[in-house]
Each structure stands twice: as C-alpha cells, then as structure tokens.
Design a protein around this ligand. Structure first.
Ligand code: DX5
Ligand code: ZN
Length: 220
C-alpha cells in the first residue's frame, strides 16, 4: 500500500469544504486527509483545532488523519475522537514520560481508532521500541514540526528504512507515514524506503492542476 494524504494546512482556509472536495473527488481521489493541529506551545505555530475538525467532519467522508502537535496530548484525545478523528498521531516528545506515552496509546486504542506515534527529526527510532508492537502507524517527521513549506531534512530518510526493517523482522503491521518537505524529487526514494503514506501540503493545494498532481504522487 502506498498513498497520499494531503495536508489541509496548505489549503485556502476560507473555503475548507470546497478544498476538501477538490482532493476527495467523491471518493475517486484521496482516501486520507492530514489535519495538523498546533497549540503554539509544543510548536511555535497555532493552526486549527476541535471546532474546525467537527465542522468539516459534516461535509465529507474522507479518513481524518489527525496529527497532534500539542503538549500533553492525553488531555485532549477524547475530544479529538468526538470531533471526528479516524486516526490520531501524537508526539513522543510531547509526553512527560514513557508511562504517559503508554497511557495515551491505550486511550486511543480503547476507542477503536488507529493510533500513531510521531517523532521529530532529531528523535531516533529506538525510542519507539518499547511500544512499537501496539502501533497502527509511525509518523516520521522530515521537517521540524510547526510549519508547511519547509525543506526535507535528508538525514531522516534512513529512519524510514530502519522502521521498514524492524517491521519486516518482527512481523509488525504498522504503516509508516512520512511528513514534511515532500516533492516529486524525493517522493520515489521515500516510497522505496518503505513509506506507506506520504503527507504533502503545499505541493498539492498550491498546485495548478490538483487532480494530475494527486495522481502523480500516488504513482511515483
Ligand atoms: C508540519 C506539518 C506538515 C506540513 C507538510 O508541522 O506536520 O504536515 O503541513 O507541509 P509541506 O508538504 O508543505 O511540507
Ligand atoms: Zn503533519
């Protein structure tokens, strides 16, 4: 499986319904929509949150892949599930300790939705090993979280291969999602390294022919 999850962060916020429909294409386009939630504390930026997600939930059946860039995510898991998240990614670095990471995973899984842990560019894959068997997905950040439109950090490419190796050696089932700075120059290498889902923001929503761009990314 290899697919594309456009990031709503790069869309026109004054027209969210039509922006989502442009990528969903009545089920013929993208299956996943990536939603970047930022609190201004864990990352410098503030994006959108619960009421926006609950509102757009009503207009489209696309899978909501919610990427929480918020401090102590455990406080808000229940709220994001109620707002309509189908998959929740939270940051390893945003939790106080391992116990909190484990509790957050359990809370998400208890609600029967997909659970992912995200790691920043400087965080090694090894930190995930104590709980990686419980995860539905690992989110590898390939830019510093906080802003769209940044340059891909090359050293992160190896982490995709490492995660692919761990998955195959142990028979785990998690997807590998890669997020940040992805374009047509690096998408193929990311796919070949083992990624299942690539997140693209600016490259999709700012493209002149969105339909062609989506097809090209899905078939790199
Ligand atoms: C950054 C976000 C990314 C970002 C990707 O914190 O997690 O999802 O929007 O955008 P581009 O494709 O522009 O790097
Ligand atoms: Zn993201």
């Amino acid at each position: 499986m290899f697919t594309l999850a456009p990031s709503l962060l790069a869309s026109d916020f004054s027209n969210l319904e039509s922006e989502i429909k442009r990528i969903y294409m009545d089920g013929k386009g993208c299956k996943y929509l990536h939603l970047d939630v930022m609190d201004g504390v864990f990352v410098k930026n503030i994006s959108f949150g619960l009421p926006v997600i609950a509102s757009i939930r009503k207009v489209c059946g696309i899978i909501f892949d919610v990427h929480l860039m918020i401090t102590k995510p455990i406080r808000y898991i229940q709220n994001f599930i109620e707002a309509g998240a189908d998959m929740l990614s939270f940051h390893y670095e945003a939790c106080d300790n391992l116990e909190e990471v484990l509790k957050t995973i359990d809370l998400i899984k208890y609600n029967n939705i997909k659970c992912a842990v995200a790691i920043k560019p400087d965080t090694p894959v090894d930190v995930l090993l104590p709980f990686i068997d419980k995860l539905d997905m690992v989110l590898v950040m390939t830019v510093e979280p906080g802003f769209g439109g940044q340059k891909f950090i090359d050293k992160c490419m190896d982490k995709i291969g490492e995660l692919d190796k761990i998955k195959k050696e142990n028979g785990y089932n998690y997807f590998i999602e890669v997020d940040g700075g992805i374009n047509f120059d690096n998408a193929k290498e990311i796919k070949d390294s083992g990624a299942h889902i690539i997140v693209v923001g600016s490259g999709v929503f700012k493209s002149p022919d969105i339909q062609e761009t989506i097809e090209r990314y899905m078939n790199v």
